[in-house]
Design a protein around this ligand. Structure first.
Ligand code: HEC
Length: 101
């Protein structure tokens, strides 16, 4: 009973980092969908690179906002309907850490 309440609380608050399956799905999304513009290894292509040294100067909040809301006037689309704010924050940490292979 207590476990069920905790799970419910975590999912409604949305504060939990993504679980293992979701992490794998987000990494797949990064390489496939994001990679179609940013390059499969995030080295850039149609869109700028998302490598640690390219992102180091940009605050996490700005990167998270770019993922959630896109960059209006550029090809960067919003992902808010597929990616939660916590998931976007997790993705930014992965990108800044260099996407552990
Ligand atoms: C249709 C092409 C396209 C796709 C798909 C795409 N992006 Fe982008 N993205 C761009 C472009 C173009 C920019 C540069 C926008 C600008 O000029 O500010 C950008 C910018 C960004 C930035 C800001 C980089 C910075 O240095 O400020 C981040 C972070 C980012 N994208 C992450 C993602 C993620 C994560 C995904 C997948 C969920 C994704 N993008 C999918 C085109 C794309």
């Amino acid at each position: 009973m207590l476990a069920a309440v905790l799970v419910l609380a975590a999912s409604t608050a949305g504060a939990a980092p993504p679980g293992g399956d979701r992490q794998a799905a987000l990494l797949y999304l990064l390489r496939q969908d994001c990679g179609s513009c940013h390059g499969a290894t995030m080295g850039g292509g149609l869109a700028p690179p998302l490598l640690p040294h390219s992102l180091a100067e940009t605050p996490d909040d700005a990167l998270i906002a770019a993922i959630l809301d896109g960059r209006p006037g550029t090809p960067m689309p919003p992902w808010r309907f597929e990616i939660s704010p916590d998931e976007a924050a997790w993705m930014v940490r992965q990108l800044k850490g260099g996407l552990a292979e």
